[in-house]
Write a protein that binds this ligand. Structure first.
Ligand code: S3P
Length: 189
């Protein structure tokens, strides 16, 4: 019997050549889901936060502590602008990147933009054990995440695709993204 292999959504004319950008709050699963999505689609994976750390030669915590959030945001803007000119890949961005109008406009123009949407309770549980996020340090994560989500939701909700990333294994989220990408490419032949 002949085997049918599902075409990669990025091989589709509507999506060809476009990087897939994952956005959403801290704890939404952008890096874990992004790595699995990249593997499933046979694309490279990049993490904007890692690239910012490489470019600065410092951790994100050190950048915030030594230079403040404004300088971090400026580095974030430069790094994401550069990554968007790389060949197609899956790109996980930091949760605050899309508050920046320039980054949002660049991503909308050059990439497919996917919001991994999760409830503050789920986000707080996921970030709970780590101490690597300066915006949460010494604070109640659920409260900060609820407030930040309220501010950021208007930007996130402009996404090409909105995918729930609540409880359940990451591979379900990956499958939901691939199905939504196929539907999107069928709508835009
Ligand atoms: C931030 C999210 C972090 C990192 C920085 C600021 C934010 O990335 O960029 O700590 O403003 O939401 P993750 O979303 O990958 O945790």
């Amino acid at each position: 019997m002949e085997k049918t292999v599902p075409a990669s959504p990025t091989a589709d004319p509507a999506l060809r050549g476009r990087t897939l950008v994952l956005v959403g709050m801290m704890g939404a699963g952008k890096s874990s889901v992004g790595k699995r999505l990249a593997q499933a689609l046979d694309l490279p994976f990049k993490d904007a936060d890692d690239e910012i750390e490489k470019a600065a030669g410092r951790t994100i915590s050190e950048i915030f502590a030594e230079h403040g959030e404004a300088e971090f945001r400026e580095g974030e803007r430069r790094v994401i602008a550069r990554l968007l000119d790389d060949p197609p890949h899956v790109l996980a961005t930091g949760g605050g990147a899309f508050v920046n109008d320039t980054i949002r406009a660049l991503v909308k123009a050059k990439a497919v933009y996917i919001w991994l949407k999760a409830d503050p309770e789920v986000l707080a549980r996921r970030v709970g054990r780590k101490d690597n996020r300066p915006l949460l340090r010494g604070k109640d994560p659920r409260k900060v995440l609820t407030e930040l989500l309220a501010v950021r939701e208007p930007a996130y909700s402009q996404a090409d695709l909105i995918i729930e990333s609540n409880e359940g294994p990451h591979h379900h989220t990956v499958e939901a993204i691939i199905a939504a990408l196929k539907a999107l490419s069928e709508q835009n032949p």
